[in-house]
Write a protein that binds this ligand. Structure first.
Ligand code: FMN
Length: 306
């Protein structure tokens, strides 16, 4: 099966992209995988100032996945511009890179786009509207506030011509509306979904396992949640969709495609095997050959099949 896909003004050699926060800025992984075998990757979410993140422990496994509360630990905008993006520019050739941005205030997103837009090495921005682990900001993520979504995305739109992906939340009761608002505000695509708010308690003492208490759930249990979100957004907007949540194998990527996604992201699977994303792309190729599907882009949503 041919896996290449033209999207967001560029060509992805395959549809498998490593998810934000699970691959650093790429450089962290060069000893264990060939970044240029991927469709692309999304950087850790960058904030204006460097952040240390939440108290340890920050990640814990459970039977159906993991819960994390990393809390957007990142080097901040200046260091990203001075060090991380030049490395990507000089070392990544075929993988397509999106820079994830996050903030405590609407204006923080706008300043990040202003500050990073002129740098080289990346295709576009993924606007993280849906982090459940931002202790300092508190309250629900921006993705659950339609006016915040509109203000953040439209302000980013006004400041860059690069593709903008709006990353939305899995626990949004009005996802179709949010998707439409993001589109109206100028997003070029939607990434669905971020982690789902969750709390793991210890077996014996009943205390929270993570240092911050609650966190965001990812991994296998998130797959059907993410697939439903993509399906709901597909019915609401014609924007390209990027599926994320619980992709461990080619079949999961195909589920997202059948629900209407053009690309898929792989996050938690990379913690067990950093090459998981590459293995999934290779498995997809074989799957297509076995099924007689010649192109990834021929995988139409299940509702449109005759
Ligand atoms: C340890 C960890 C850190 C993450 N950090 C970010 C982040 O900085 N920005 C973001 O938008 N999503 C972040 N995510 C969410 C992932 O990008 C992805 O949306 C989510 O984990 C679902 O995919 P998965 O089930 O394949 O992991 C993080 C996830 C994990 C597990």
């Amino acid at each position: 099966m041919r896996l290449d896909i033209e999207l967001f003004g560029t060509v992805f050699q395959n549809p498998v992209v490593l998810a934000a926060g699970t691959c650093g800025f790429g450089r962290e992984l060069v000893d264990v995988l060939d970044l240029d075998a991927l469709g692309g990757f999304v950087t850790k979410s960058v904030t204006l100032e460097a952040r240390k993140g939440n108290p340890a422990p920050r990640v814990a496994e459970f039977r159906a996945g993991m819960v994390n509360s990393v809390g957007l630990a990142n080097p901040g905008m200046e260091e990203t511009r001075r060090d991380r993006l030049p490395w990507i520019r000089d070392n990544v050739r075929r993988a397509r890179v999106f820079v994830s941005i996050a903030g405590h205030h609407v204006e923080e997103y706008h300043r990040l786009v202003e500050g990073l837009d002129a740098a080289d090495g990346f295709v576009g921005f993924e606007v993280n509207l849906s982090c459940p682990n931002d202790l300092r900001r508190g309250g629900p993520p921006f993705a659950l506030d339609p006016e915040a979504v509109r203000a953040i995305v439209s302000g980013c739109r006004a400041r860059t011509e690069r593709p903008l992906l709006a990353k939305l939340a899995p626990n949004d009761p009005s996802l179709a509306t949010t998707a439409r608002i993001a589109e109206e505000a100028g997003a070029d695509g939607l990434t669905l979904v971020n982690t789902l708010p969750a709390l793991l308690l210890g077996d014996l003492d009943g205390d929270p396992v993570l240092g911050a208490g609650p966190g965001g759930m990812s991994g296998p249990a998130l797959l059907p949640v993410g697939v439903l979100a993509v399906h709901a957004a597909r019915g609401a907007t014609s924007l390209p969709l990027v599926g994320a949540g619980g992709v461990l194998a080619a079949a999961d990527a195909v589920s997202y495609a059948r629900a209407g996604a053009s690309l898929v992201q792989v996050g938690t699977a990379s913690f067990a095997d950093p090459r998981a994303g590459i293995a999934i792309a290779e498995e997809l190729r074989r799957w297509g050959r076995r099924q007689g599907v010649t192109r990834w882009t021929d995988l139409v949503p299940f509702e449109r099949r005759t």
